[in-house]
Design a protein around this ligand. Structure first.
Ligand code: SAM
Length: 386
């Protein structure tokens, strides 16, 4: 880990400038400091250096009068907070040891979610315009989401499709999967953009075990590469033992036993911060629910009424209910970019969250809207306060 400083110039660097960079890199070891250059930029990566040695450098070098050398020295000298170890100034981790000693917090020394620290997310959250709120929207999420401002959604709860209506006959074509993930990642990238700082995304993934495609790892890697914080993983135990033992592998032989999975995953990622601010009066989880649900293995039967709703891959309402009560406040805005027949949106409304549901199928959106309307029609049955 380095502290990074960038010096930017109006014109491109010249050969003499590059020589200064090389001199500095030769004078300091890799664990002390590294300099990189791009067209008109010098990037200083600092860890620990002997500042006297740096300041003395011009007197021993042929580049003493080069402005760039003085600029680097000045930029490093200007840094106010640093630690001292031996005769070296420390620019990273210098107060880490002290904190651990002071507070005995081991996780600080391990550096929590180090992979997500150097993100570029703005911490300024925006208001989502009323026109999008409490709507079921027909369309392709890749494009619909572009209308929603960045940093304006509290929670995303979703379960992606296993195809995107691609015209391939079978998924044996390797290109199928490239195209699939390409499309999915475009939509997930938009999801990250619209999430508030401190917002969370829950993505239900059934790894394609029979095809040996670890979808949950591939999707998680995508989020990590986008500097999202991995909050955890819920194992949704569906107790689904239907799969036949020899359907995909060998029987009673080590040649190729097929592993059976009775569960799916809910991967959870946070944008910028693990903490989500909210009003205490908007918390609606009971102590018993909290104690039970923080144990991350949830045994919930699959949705039994998929035929009635006309959708082959719904998740059950209880799954969404647990996610919303455990991870969101009343009045939060909950989005599902693959809303299907609207399980996320109907539960969000029932639990007094705001909702936005998008699905490419007008038929599914009609069912989703009907579920919302039925909730309104049966208000007395669901509303627990005047
Ligand atoms: C696994 S289903 C979600 C079901 C939903 N969780 C429920 O309980 O009803 C995935 C949904 O994604 C929708 N979909 C596929 N491609 C889409 C796209 N580009 N934009 C929006 N929705 C899409 C499909 O129509 C399908 O309903």
């Amino acid at each position: 880990m380095y502290k990074e400083i960038t010096l930017e110039y109006n014109s491109d660097l010249d050969d003499m400038d590059f020589s200064v960079v090389r001199l500095l890199n030769k004078s300091f070891a890799e664990h002390e400091m590294r300099l990189k250059y791009e067209k008109n930029k010098i990037i200083i990566l600092l860890r620990e250096i002997d500042i006297k040695k740096l300041k003395d450098l011009p007197s021993f070098s042929p580049y003493a009068d080069k402005k760039i050398l003085q600029d680097v020295i000045n930029a490093i000298e200007k840094i106010k907070s640093y630690g001292i170890k031996g005769n070296k100034r420390n620019y990273v981790d210098y107060n880490k040891e002290r904190k651990v000693k002071d507070r005995g917090e081991k996780e600080i020394s391990r550096e929590q979610y180090y992979y997500a620290k150097c993100h570029n997310f703005s911490s300024k959250n925006n208001i989502c315009p009323e026109e999008h709120i409490n709507k079921i929207i027909v369309g392709d999420s890749e494009f619909i989401l572009k209308n929603i401002p960045e940093n304006s959604i509290d929670l995303i709860v979703t379960s992606p499709p296993y195809n995107f209506g691609l015209e391939y006959e079978s998924n044996e074509d390797a290109h199928y999967w490239e195209t699939y993930f390409d499309k999915l990642f475009k939509i997930l990238e938009e999801c990250i953009r619209v999430l508030k700082y401190g917002g969370r995304i829950f993505i239900n993934i059934q790894p394609l075990f029979s095809d040996y495609i670890p979808t949950h790892h591939i999707i998680s890697n995508f989020f990590l590469s986008k500097k999202m914080i991995w909050k955890g993983e819920i194992l949704w135990e569906k107790n689904n033992y239907n799969c036949k033992y020899t359907a995909w592998g060998s029987w009673k032989s080590p040649s190729n036993p097929y592993l059976k999975y009775t569960w799916e995953f809910i991967e959870i990622f946070c944008k910028g911060d693990l903490k989500k601010t909210g009003n205490n009066k908007d918390i609606d989880i009971s102590s018993d629910e909290f104690k039970k649900w923080v144990v991350a293995k949830w045994s919930i039967a699959p949705e039994r009424n998929m035929k009635d709703y006309g959708h082959p891959a719904m998740f059950p309402e209880e799954l969404v209910e647990r996610i919303l009560k455990l991870f969101s406040y009343k009045n939060d805005i909950v989005l599902d970019p693959f809303n299907g027949v609207g399980t996320t949106t109907v539960v969000a409304k029932r639990l007094k969250r705001k909702y936005i549901g998008i699905d490419i199928s007008p038929d599914y959106c009609n069912v989703a809207q009907k579920r919302i309307d039925d909730l309104d029609a049966n208000k007395g049955l669901f509303v627990d306060e005047p």
